[in-house]
Design a protein. Sequence first.
Lengths: 375, 301
Amino acid sequence: MIKLRLALATAALSLSMAGVAVADSVTFGVQAPITGQYANEGQGIEKAVKLIAKQLNEAGGLLGKDVKVVSCDDEGKATQAALCGRDLANQEVFAVIGSYTSGATAASQPVLDRANILQTSDGTAEQLTQKGYKLFFRNAPPNSAEAEFTGEYLVNAKEYKRIAIIKDHSSFAKGLGEATAAAVEKQGGNIVFDGFITAGSQDYRSILTKIKSENPDIIYFSGYYSDGGLIRSQQASLNIDADFVGGDANQNVKFAEIAGGAAEGSVIINVPAPANLPYPEAKQFLQDYQDAYGESPPSIFTLTNTDGMRAIVKAVQETESFDPEKVAAYLHELRDFPGFTGPLGFDENGERLGSAFQAFEVQADGTYKTVYPQQ
Amino acid sequence: MDIFLQQLINGLTVGSIYALIALGYTMVYGILRLINFAHGDLAILGAFIGLTVITGLAGSGGAPANWIVIVAFVLAVLVVAIAGVLLEFTAYRPLRNAHRLSAVVSALGASMFIQNGIMLIWSPQTLTFPEGIMPQTTYNFGSVVISATQIFIVTVSLLLMLALYLYVNKTRFGTAIRAAAIDQDAARLMGINVNKVITSVFILGPALGAIGGLFIGVYYRQAVFDMGWIYGLNAFIAAIIGGIGNIPGAMIGGLLLGLFSSLASGYISSTWQQAIVFGLLILILMVRPTGILGERVADKV
């Protein structure tokens, strides 16, 4: 009888332990454009998050829990992004990394917030951190900071006299373009053209011909690399003798590939490129990424998102808690965390603190050279 | 004036590509009264086949030799023509006697099938064509710039359209095509093999579309799996503007659409370009419901 009881007790114990083992994992969600126009960026974010999870698991997990990753492809579209938010919430993820575009991020924010899930995104549109979502953290500097720097660079550093500005209709590019125009005017610059393209329409010769008649000495484009590369190459084919400066979303290996021979000499404004990151942790991670996937991350946003995830991991370890509110409270106080993309912290709205912009010139071999501020 | 001329050249280049693709819509509609929604995707398939041939034969470094480019065009045309015939055989022929709407649904399904097939084979990413496929020479007239690529695209398109026009209007088989377009039953009574005519239309249309698609590839040096939809839509509009079912109409419609888009975004607003183009479509259809060269009123679907 005693034997039987013992056997039953053992069985019950092993059952309950099995139960613990199942619950003993924490899931991070990736919401990113894994297919579609920005597939390159989305896949980079997914790969980096999986790599961080693998590294955490090899070091014994997060607070002893196995780290799992589930992904949802939002195709860079708002409609799909809202579905992704719901899908990830149903899978009871602890935190969501992404999305890449501001539009897709804005669409999933309310869904994730309602489900009490932490979210970190590189989306740089101002309004993302102005909606009062307490669990949202922006891991890249906002448009306004970049616009200030761009205005300073165009008007004071390069002393351009006739500035043409092109935007697209995405919430990110429109916001950045408008903020940049405002910053240029504040510095006393002269804008001779300010207009929109339709992203993905491939033919920008008409608008460029119109710009040509305004005789600009610089064309600034606030949108994404796939259009930026085409604008630069079509500008060259129309013999428009003006410099090209692109916003941060042009900083992608595909920019030079699409622009071809015209890429050389174009300038891109962003936080330092992955390969130029001076921090030893960043160099190590880039090496690990290279070893795991046989390629470099597509852009700096892979790393800002990685930094967002690492900050959340750090907060979990410090607070020894998976309570989203406690983690968020810690992150709002975080200062000078050694991120791959520079010292990192968040203000009370979840806005990224720290990191400096630079202007890079694309070289003939496709690498970047920092041209401003001079080092 | 220079600006205007430059916009004309920009518009003419895009317009001749639209015209090449529009021919496929109009020929199929002429014979079968069917809008082949998969046609834009077939055209883009041509761009991807061409890209694979060029990168496969030339490697990644340096400008590809001329013979490689010619092989790329020939293979793109062959493969897409075969795909066109297969499409007709699998997606449209079984529905030949079914309700018209069933065939439209089948066409939309075929479009998605081809688009997703391209995505699975060539990846969802934006692929880039190597530089130097076309001569990089540009010619300056005052401040107007014309590139050799633009001259090549416009010339080849016009020659192909002329050849098609002569083929349909001056040859025996062309007469059979026109006869089948007017009345299939009567054509059959006259001893015309209507099935053969339909197959020939599904060879000619996609073949011209493939050249149009590869032109898009070499002109913009970019190929994305889902761009067939927007080019297909524009070419379809071009076919309607010219009078769907009418071959010279598709040519004129394509050129007009290209010119008009270019002038609209150059002189009015690039934000409103699509709205202006659709406005033009509505205006033309109000004045001439059958399109510019359309002769007969199309059957109501």
